[in-house]
Design a protein around this ligand. Structure first.
Ligand SMILES: C[S@@+](CC[C@H](N)C(=O)[O-])C[C@H]1O[C@@H](n2cnc3c(N)ncnc32)[C@H](O)[C@@H]1O
Length: 330
């Protein structure tokens, strides 16, 4: 076979409303920062720098999530692939697709690998990843989609069987209602021969949870403040990052980690592009991320409510993280 016959075919499309995945930034910032309890959607962390910072977080000693999920994937990849023989892998919030390689390898070992569809808001990371995978998986077709998975679940390729994956406990960044909405969309597009693999972080000792979001190297704090840089750059805002402290704590009632930026002193910030000034009092915070923690029963109930039936549940010996496989109920 010549190298041109073996080369991967990479195609990247924008699937968000006009202006790309950051098109709603202005609207979301206005809505979030004029609320009594200020908040911002976590998808806006992920410009090129935010995506790179997340990669650094995933390697921190305190951040058990990535390495635990990685080990679980390595354990279950072959049996999961053997159970329904997928040819297409679709991934929401794919990031660097580092762990995805475990599944791509397993599908390739079974002689089935045809198409990979990574979907992410982070354009630079998606392009970089697609090209690296193209080099490493000759013959693989890659259809990258730059878009918001809360808007574009319907944009899935035909054919299959398809393995649809949502890793990294990114589902935990959605409120229960948002998660149900997203999973209902997944259930709607899941054909009987397809399967959905979901990574969820589990309820555990508060200390372990809080350490994961308060690393001693301060990378998570830098990642947290990056959302203000994104707003500064894209909306001509004047946030001074040094005037905000990183705070992350477990909210037991809501079963979630909350990440906030807390104003060190009272001050006012102008956001030029939307003609808005925002007042902060000392100690007032912006909630920038939630990360929900689940039990097996909670995951099962969440899937069932959305029209999905869990067919497999795998967790590590510490019960820190879980992977669940499900099929459509219909
Ligand atoms: C927590 S990271 C997980 C990355 C990777 N899946 C992993 O497990 O290491 C979340 C990823 O989802 C992407 N993301 C967040 N919100 C998104 C949205 N609404 N639509 C598409 N991608 C999103 C981010 O750009 C980032 O790559």
């Amino acid at each position: 076979m010549t190298s041109s016959q073996r080369a991967s075919r990479i195609e990247i499309r924008r699937r968000s409303r006009e202006g790309g995945p950051f098109a709603r930034l202005a609207e979301d910032v206005r809505r979030g920062l004029t609320k009594t309890r200020k908040e911002l959607p976590p998808k806006y962390f992920y410009d090129a720098r935010g995506a790179e910072l997340f990669e650094q977080i995933s390697e921190l000693p305190e951040y058990y999530l990535t390495r635990t999920e990685h080990a679980l994937l390595a354990q279950i990849a072959d049996p999961v692939v053997a159970s329904f023989r997928p040819t297409t892998l679709v991934e929401f919030g794919s990031g660097s697709s580092r762990k995805t390689r475990i599944l791509l390898d397993a599908i390739a070992r079974a002689g089935l690998l045809d198409l990979y569809v990574p979907i992410d808001v982070s354009e630079e990371m998606l392009r970089q990843t697609a090209h690296a995978l193209g080099e490493n998986y000759p013959g693989l077709r890659i259809h990258g989609v730059i878009g918001d998975f809360e808007e574009h679940v319907e944009a899935l390729p035909e054919g299959g069987p398809r393995l649809i994956i949502f890793l990294g406990s990114t589902i935990g960044n959605l409120t229960p209602d948002e998660a149900t909405g997203f999973l209902r969309n997944v259930a709607r597009v899941l054909a009987p021969q397809d399967r959905f693999l979901l990574g969820t972080d589990l309820v555990k000792e508060v200390d372990v949870l809080e350490r994961a979001y308060n690393d001693t190297a301060g990378v998570t704090a830098t990642f947290n403040r990056n959302i203000l840089s994104v707003i500064n750059q894209r909306l001509n805002a004047h946030f001074d990052l040094d005037r905000f402290d990183h705070s992350a704590f477990y909210n037991r009632e809501e079963s979630r980690i909350e990440m906030h930026l807390v104003a060190r002193e009272s001050h006012r910030v102008a956001i030029g592009a939307i003609d808005l000034t925002v007042d902060f009092s000392k100690g007032e915070s912006i909630r920038t991320e939630i990360s929900c923690k689940y039990t097996q029963a909670m995951v099962e109930a969440m899937l069932e409510k959305a029209g999905l039936r869990m067919t497999r549940w795998d967790t590590d010996t510490n019960h820190f993280f879980a992977l669940s496989l499900s099929a459509a109920l219909h």
